[in-house]
Design a protein around this ligand. Sequence first.
Ligand SMILES: NC(=O)c1ccc[n+]([C@@H]2O[C@H](COP(=O)([O-])OP(=O)(O)OC[C@H]3O[C@@H](n4cnc5c(N)ncnc54)[C@H](OP(=O)(O)O)[C@@H]3O)[C@@H](O)[C@H]2O)c1
Length: 264
Amino acid sequence: MADNHWHRQSVLITGGRRLGRLLALDLADRGAAVALTYHTSRELVEQTVAECRAKSGRAIAVAADLREPQACRDVVKTVTTAFGQLDALVNLTSIYTPTPWSKLTDDDYHQAMASNLTAPYFMAVAAAKQMQQQPLREAIQGRILHFTDWAVERPYRRFLPYLVAKGGLVTLTKALAVELAPTILVNAIAPGTVLPPPDLSETDRQRVAASAALNRLGTPDDVLRLTMYLLSETTFVTGEVFRVDGGRFLGPPEQALADAPDAD
Ligand SMILES: NC(=O)c1ccc[n+]([C@@H]2O[C@H](COP(=O)([O-])OP(=O)(O)OC[C@H]3O[C@@H](n4cnc5c(N)ncnc54)[C@H](OP(=O)(O)O)[C@@H]3O)[C@@H](O)[C@H]2O)c1
């Protein structure tokens, strides 16, 4: 695709704390207009937006609690007013809080669903309604990308409501792809650990690395490259969920030995 592709693109990223910040900087480097939302990370996002503006000239920060449907609609309006259109939505909104079974509360469920599923749902609906009013470019009116989690396929303990919500996001991806075809592409990325929580101990880090077939953690770049592919390089992929997890869903190398039938 031509280099100037990005100069005509405006991308809304919900959540500029970690992966969102890196994605925004990468897109700005390419010349795209970038909108970053924040809920609690105002200072960081405003700093990132200033860096993006220095690169592409077009970047805004938008404050919003995206658990509210009206807030999602307002964000879309702000972005289209600023940039004239909305070409892509990258839905990163998430909270990742341990909710051990022995202490599980009703509120754990509501909190996890609100940020991990309700917010991306209403954000995607609001964005798609806007995209459907836009002219076709290369037969496309827009793209929506969700971020789910590798573990929805092989769940681990202590994150029940988070995993249920991320599983819902997989269905949202496929159902929306059907609703919005043929002019809006909807896909999802299911990362493994590509940017570990800052408080992850070295022991846990090694344990997580050893639990993947590739025996290591990933990097943000592993996810960003696929993101760029889905946002610009393909016009023929929709309803797809891509694992980027170093084969963690397969289990560690010993798992393959444990599962193998006895040698003859
Ligand atoms: N990092 C990894 O290795 C990894 C692994 C598996 C899956 N993922 C998924 O990939 C995505 C990005 O990961 P990350 O590590 O960058 O996540 P992160 O740092 O936890 O960022 C989550 C973002 O969600 C925003 N958010 C949460 N609740 C919100 C609300 N009510 N309204 C508006 N914004 C809200 C936060 O904004 P504020 O900070 O402004 O509050 C934050 O920017 C997430 O969906 C995550 O589940 C990441």
